[in-house]
Ligand binder design. Structure first.
Ligand code: ADP
Ligand code: MG
Length: 295
């Protein structure tokens, strides 16, 4: 057998650990549900269906990723969930309440750095708490606790310009978590980082997720990132953006970078590749088909 014919297990094969964990997740309450979620954009050239009847549910403390090629509607989806945009049809429910705008129950971390450059790291994290009316000393105490959790307690008095890209994103995560949302929404948060920083941020995020009672909806176009982080992966196809498959990740927890080369990891990656690169599952307009590595 040559190297390119390594035999992989089926991505559908689950070890006992995976089977039990996924079954336990299914027993948990639903934190968020999307039903028939549709978003069309009208332009001079006509109507674009960015998302077409998206349905899925997210359970408490689940880590769920949404993946798909550029232009398949990932950012549109997360903006709708964040309440920054309104669907053409369909609904989003969070904790049995319909989403009708932004709310403290959903915290957001974007790909681009969104810290206030004129505020110190600590004050950036305190910002939302002060807006909510929390006293300065209490907000400061809380901000320092969250900075400690993301490993940046020693940088509380620094300014964003003095931090690396990875550190800025850790502050953005601390700032989102300080408001104690039910769901953390992350739109390609590590997309602008170099490969090594990205890898350490992924492990860091898993540690944070382990320490905090939080559900995470994570958008990425990076197949390995989605597998490494998630319990389930929602695969979107493009034109129109729709769910082509929901994959239950067959990789054991706790996750470790060594698993990138495990049979279950590689089998899942192969399945994702076949879904994302297959022209049949994607754009019917070949000329518009783009590489999934472009954000
Ligand atoms: P992704 O994040 O997966 O790359 P987007 O959600 O940004 O995809 O975009 C999905 C589709 O919707 C694309 O065809 C894009 O051009 C279109 N689109 C997104 N936002 C708008 C908008 N505000 N007006 C018109 N078209 C838009
Ligand atoms: Mg996007």
């Amino acid at each position: 057998m040559s190297n390119d014919q390594l035999e992989l297990p089926s991505y559908l094969h689950h070890t006992d650990e995976v089977k039990h964990r996924l079954a336990e997740i299914r027993e948990r309450p639903t934190v968020m549900s999307l039903s028939g979620l549709t978003r069309r954009f009208e332009s001079a050239e006509g109507s674009i269906t960015a998302l077409d009847a998206i349905d899925f549910e997210v359970r408490a403390r689940e880590f769920i990723s949404v993946i798909g090629p550029s232009g398949c509607g990932k950012s549109t989806l997360i903006r709708l969930v964040a309440g920054l945009d309104t669907p053409t049809a369909g609904e989003i429910w969070v904790d049995n309440q319909p989403v009708s705008g932004p709310g403290a129950d959903r915290g957001m971390v974007f790909q681009s750095y969104t810290l206030f450059p004129w505020l110190s790291v600590k004050r950036n994290v305190m910002f939302g708490l002060r807006m909510k009316g929390m006293a300065r000393s209490a907000a400061q105490k809380k901000a320092l606790e969250w900075l400690d959790l993301v490993g940046l307690a020693d940088f509380a008095d620094h300014y964003p310009a003095q931090l690396s890209g990875g550190m800025k994103q850790r502050v953005a995560i601390a700032r989102a978590l300080a408001n104690e949302p039910r769901i953390l929404l992350m739109d390609e948060p590590f997309g602008a980082l170099d490969a090594q920083t990205r890898c350490s941020m992924q492990s860091h995020l898993l540690k944070i997720w382990d320490a905090v009672d939080i559900t995470i909806l994570f958008i990425t176009h990076d197949l390995e990132e989605a597998i490494y982080l998630s319990d389930r992966i929602v695969v979107l196809g493009a034109h129109p953006g729709r769910v082509v498959e929901v994959i239950e990740v067959p990789v054991a927890r706790a996750r470790h970078p060594d698993q990138f080369l495990s049979g279950h990891f590689l089998a899942t990656k192969k399945r994702l590749e076949s879904l994302i690169y297959d022209p049949e599952t994607h754009s019917k307009r070949r000329s518009e088909r783009m590489s999934p590595v472009a954000a």
